[in-house]
Write a protein that binds this ligand. Structure first.
Ligand SMILES: [Zn+2]
Length: 290
């Protein structure tokens, strides 16, 4: 399982590393926060909110009715229902530091090999954890990282392109026009103007987020948006694949299935981007809900 967050994403800040590398050093259990020791090593523990399989531990006061917490509960329901995910196997814990300084001190102390990033999802055999701080972009960060948590909590495996594509997708609030990520839409439109073509086989070969460039995040997001909205057939393909990812046995590459079951899928994605994203730039033809 991976951890994540970093600079190579479209917002220039997301990154992700192999969680296995963090085994043994992810002292993220609730008890750890109560141990005496330097403040920099303490996890947020002052306020705790529990909702089903979600636990939030925060430095700053947070209540059950905090809109950001309510939103995460709604996101959980939406991700589960839209992707037809099974029951969560494991809880997800969100650690919310009071500010960037405290968050940075903790991450640098506990994970000195990780780059400085605004938030992380770190999955280990012991815990699925999101680390973030109360900042201007906390809402977006939490939606993105919590989506990773939900996917890894429900599925046995989550291919990188799909993990990031869906996290980027659900990062955008449901009420946004067409549920378009404007940065991605702009980037893809620009790429198309310069002759770029989508290539899922290439994207699917990427195994670590450090290999993913800005354009890769944008393409992953486009595939997720396309598969969820282009047609019933595209959505069924995605849902069928997600069902297979419940098993520890790796299914064949998704690109192979796409080629077999949806001829000219890349061309269809290009047309989708052109008509729905480039031309509309978030205002046009892609429905927000199915
Ligand atoms: Zn991510």
């Amino acid at each position: 399982m991976r951890s994540e967050r970093g600079k190579d994403s479209p917002d220039g800040r997301r990154w992700r590393v192999l969680g296995a590398l963090l085994l043994g050093c992810a002292c993220a259990g609730a008890g750890c926060a109560m141990l005496k020791g330097p403040v920099a090593e303490r996890l947020p523990s002052q306020y705790t909110v529990r909702r089903d399989m979600l636990q939030i531990r925060s430095d700053s006061q947070v209540g059950d009715d905090d809109p950001r917490i309510v939103e995460l509960a709604e996101l959980r329901q939406e991700v589960r229902s839209r992707l037809e995910l099974p029951e969560q196997r494991r809880p997800v814990t969100v650690y919310l530091f009071r500010d960037e300084l405290r968050y940075t001190q903790y991450m640098e102390t506990k994970y000195p090999n990780l780059p400085a990033r605004r938030a992380f999802f770190i999955g280990t055999p012991g815990e699925l954890a999101v680390y973030a701080y109360w900042g201007e972009q906390v809402r977006e960060d939490l939606r993105h990282e919590y989506t990773h948590g939900l996917l890894h909590s429900s599925l046995q495996q989550v291919p990188l392109w799909l993990d990031e594509g869906l996290a980027e997708y659900f990062e955008v609030v449901p009420g946004a026009a067409g549920r378009i990520n404007q940065d991605h839409a702009d980037g893809l439109a620009e790429m198309l103007l310069h002759g770029w073509k989508p290539d899922l086989r290439r994207l699917e070969r990427l195994e670590d987020v450090s290999e993913m460039q800005r354009a890769d995040y944008q393409e992953a997001w486009a595939w997720a948006h396309f598969l969820l909205h282009e047609s019933d057939a595209s959505r069924d393909l995605l849902l069928g694949y997600l069902e297979e990812l419940r098993s520890p046995v790796s299914p064949p590459l998704f690109a192979e299935r796409l080629t077999a079951e949806m001829p000219r899928a890349e061309d269809r994605l290009t047309a989708y981007i052109t008509s729905a994203l480039e031309a509309g730039i978030g205002r046009a033809t892609v429905s927000a809900d199915r």
